[in-house]
Design a protein around this ligand. Sequence first.
Ligand code: CA
Length: 225
Amino acid sequence: MRILVIEDEHKIANSIKKGLEQESYAVDVAYDGEYGFDLAATEDYDIIVLDLLLPKINGIEICKRLRSKNIHTPILILTAKGQLHEKVEGLNAGADDYLVKPFSFEELLARIRAITRRPKESLGTTLKAGDLTLNTLTFEVKRAGKPIKLSKKEFALLEYLLKHKGVTLTKDQIINHVWDFNADILPNTVEVYIGYLRKKVDKPFKNKPPLIHTVRGFGYKVGDD
Ligand code: CA
């Protein structure tokens, strides 16, 4: 999952980024409303965490502009105490939820998970392909009942592939969803990580059909066919 944080207080923005990265999300940060809006309008995010009082373009205006451009990325508003009327305005402008500062990181994480689950409810928290399962809440990955230990990036990559089971995803799509904007991505980074996944997900299960497939010239997909 890729998250955009638009927040001008560097300390808050950076601690949110750090925390979310530890939870294996890819995070971009914008410290002003104009840059935040540009990123939100051009990049593909799973959720936007949006402060209201921002330099250049305020949060409510960002909500309105995005929704009027038909961009429906879920938005979680951050608002200071005493700005509660603005929170209502924000929700009217198309935001999905709000959080009052100061908030705990656990609360932020819970809201993000709740919001990003909403449109994908049918998928539930367990993603599957063949005898492989991945739980997006507990981070457990198993094949044929056997636990598989993945790094955070490997987990994020497998989660993205499983959410689009049977669909070929290009390297660009994968990079855009699994890595953040400033990450140092070399052309073969995706290949390298696909290799790591194969080593853990397919290689130890020699009698089983491989689940991770290379589609030559296009990209990768996961599936049991
Ligand atoms: Ca602010």
